[in-house]
Structure formats: C-alpha cells, structure tokens
Design a protein around this ligand. Sequence first.
Ligand SMILES: Nc1nc2c(ncn2[C@@H]2O[C@H](COP(=O)(O)OP(=O)(O)OP(=O)(O)O)[C@@H](O)[C@H]2O)c(=O)[nH]1
Ligand SMILES: [Mg+2]
Length: 434
Amino acid sequence: MFENLSRRLQQTLDGLRGRGRIGEADLKKVMREIRMSLLEADVNFEVAKAFTKRVQEKALGQKVYESLTPAEQIYTIVYDELKELLGSEPKQPELKHEGNVWFLVGLQGTGKTTAAGKLARLYKSKGRRPLLVAADTQRPAARDQLRILAEQVGVPVLEVQNGEKPAETARRLREHLAKDYRDLVIVDTAGRLQIDEALMDELAQLKDELEPTETLLVVDAMMGQEALGVSRTFDERIGVSGLILTKLDGDARGGAALSARYVTGKPIYFGGTSEKLDGLEPFYPDRLAQRILGMGDIQTLMERAQAAELEEPDKAPHEFDLNDLLAQMKQIQKMGSMTELIKMIPGLSRALPQNFQLDPKATKHLEAIIQSMTPAERRNPRILNASRRRRIARGSGTSVQEINRLIKTFEETKGMMKTLAKSPRKRRGFFGRR
Ligand SMILES: Nc1nc2c(ncn2[C@@H]2O[C@H](COP(=O)(O)OP(=O)(O)OP(=O)(O)O)[C@@H](O)[C@H]2O)c(=O)[nH]1
Ligand SMILES: [Mg+2]
C-alpha cells in the first residue's frame, strides 16, 4: 500500500532538488502534481484539495531557513501536512487500571474478529488480563472463530447464545467477571454487508448495556472511499471513539487510510498489517508520513528488530559471528518479508525497482553452508583457509565462490552492526538533520 503514491510524491519532490529558488509558477505546478498523486491514490477529493492548498500557503508564507534548500523546505512542509492529515500525534485507546470495555464494530469482513484476537494478544503481552466476548447472536461460526483465536492467545472467551438479549449478555458478563477477574473486556460484534437498521439497533442496545469505555470502528483499508461514508453512519448511530485500520498490508492505493482521520475526525489507534495474530501495530502518523516520503522507517525497523531479539535466548555479549548471521537471517524472515524491511531503510527504497523481491532460497543456501562448518569455524571465520572452504563447499553442496561471498557478506554485516550499535538515533530525520 502507498507504493505508487510514495513513488509519485518522491518524484515530484526530487524534481525540485538542486534548485536555488522555486518561483510561484513552479510551486503551482508542484501542487498540481501532488494533488493528482493524491487523487490517483484514491484520496478523498476535498482532502486532496485542502491538503495542497495548505502546503502552498505554507510554502509561500514561510520564512526562509538558511539551513534548508527550497526543495528541502517543501519536503518538510509536505511531511508536516501528511503527518497532520494522519492525526499528528499517535493516540492509544484509554486504558484505566480496571473496568476497560472495548467494543469493536464495523461492516462485515473488515477484520473485527481478527482485531479482537490481536488486541487480546497485544495487551496480554503487556501484562493485562483480557477477556474476549463473542457477541454475534446470529452466527455460531463467528463465535467459533473468536474462540479459536482466544485459545491461540490463551485468554478466556464469553460467548453469547443465539438470539440472546443485550441485557442478558451484560448480566452474564458481570457474573463472569465476578468469578474470574479481568481488567480488559474486548467485545467482538456481528457485521453486515451494508448498514442496516436492525444491526444498528442491536449494536446501540448492546452498547447501552455494556457501557464500553472505547468504541472502536474497524475500517478495511482495502475498501477505498466508500468505507468512510459508512464510518460516518456508524459514528452517528453508535458513537465511535477511534479507528482500527485493517489490511494495511494489502495492495489498495491507500486513499481510504489517508483520508480516514480527516473524514471521520477520529484518531487512528492501530493498523492491521497481516492476517496473523501479531499483525497489529500502534499507528504512528509521523512514521507513516516518513515512509510515504521515502525517508525510511528506521524507528519501526529498530523496534521490530528489538522485539525479535527479545525472543533470542542467547544474549551474552560476544563478537558478532556466523552463528549470529544465521540467527539474524532467520529473525529477518520472522520479522516479515525482507523486501518490506528493506523498503524501510532510508535511500534503499528509492533505489529499488518497482516490483523488487528477494530470493528466499538464498537464506536456505546460507543456512546449509553455515551448518556445514564446525563450531569453531562459525565462531571465528578467520580460520577458514582454502582447504576448509573446499570441505564446506562439498558438505553443503555449494561452491567455494558461494562461501567466499558469504564471508564477504558476513564482514559487511559485522561492520554495519557496529555502526548501528554506535548511533541508532542519529540516523533519523530529514536529510540527515535533526
Ligand atoms: N491481510 C490482512 N488480512 C486481514 C487483516 N485483518 C483481517 N484480515 C482478514 O480479513 C478477513 C476477515 O476478517 P474477520 O476478522 O473475520 O472479519 P470480521 O469483521 O470479523 O467479519 P464478520 O464477522 O463476518 O463481520 C479474514 O480472512 C482475515 O484473516 C489484516 O490486517 N491484514
Ligand atoms: Mg467476525
């Protein structure tokens, strides 16, 4: 998602690079290009218009910073406005010491049940005690789906019965909580293909009974503009406190995601990034804006790297060796597609061709080579002389050239690890500043 928009915006802004001055006519042209890029990405028309108008006003009115070139100034304005459009500051749902009830609503298939499971997993990992409530009173299959997720996450689930009245559900919930203390109740509700009165009434009644502390509207980013009109209806009828944007990993153009905050006026709390239970991330307007403008999302990258590292049992400090390289390759596979990660590295994303994919077989080869080495060789690749390399090539069914290449990659990675370890934060920001 966002790839085309990202590419087009970057092209437009790159076109300004190296200019000493940007005249009003040039600026108008740039604004037209930005507006077109946004519209092509399926951004709401009003949103696109207002966006470019604000960028232009700021660009004309801004005092000139000597430290920035005109192109860089426009870059920063576009960045600021994108961030603003996405909600400016990251927001999370309110979480009190106890008594939290989160109500998930949304159209059919948007990802409510999946999001309920993901939220339970996320907050359990933060030390909370979630309870899932399967509140679809019509489809037993929907309740089964949530029960399976609850089992995977390891949290209990309370299931409504067919045709159960909201007041009865509330009573059973209180009874359940009296027996088994829980500080976060996540309620998964039924979806419908279209807004329909019966559903809205049912949800409104259930909401009255359960008195949720947050009502989270689940919006499918793949649905495009129409999702947002629907969101407004949900808000009018039921009241919504925040959004969860799902399927951000899809190949939709991204317009709905970009317009959601502006059109609904509600903060985006989370983004869904895969079908799996760990595919939910707090939504950071600044990081997404950075990613769209191609500045790389180093912070997300580092956090994901750290999260994966926590799962590594062996954390004793030692010199980076081939075992680490192998472990790293495996972690990277775990972290998500390599291509996605590479796209987050500043500079690299723009250098790559549009449909770039890495070869997953490459890791398998690497693994075979490293596994053919003795423990001593893995710890200290310097001892790998020609005869050892020949032996390893035979053992792993590869060639000496491949081993040489691996050693080179290893040396490079080792160098990079040192640089990253020294100054992880200095690399952030516009054009190396900040
Ligand atoms: N790729 C991707 N798929 C998702 C994401 N969230 C949900 N899905 C998929 O979307 C489909 C529908 O998800 P559900 O969670 O069943 O949707 P729902 O809103 O509960 O649907 P109903 O209960 O029928 O209204 C499933 O195939 C999910 O795996 C996401 O963030 N990314
Ligand atoms: Mg469901």
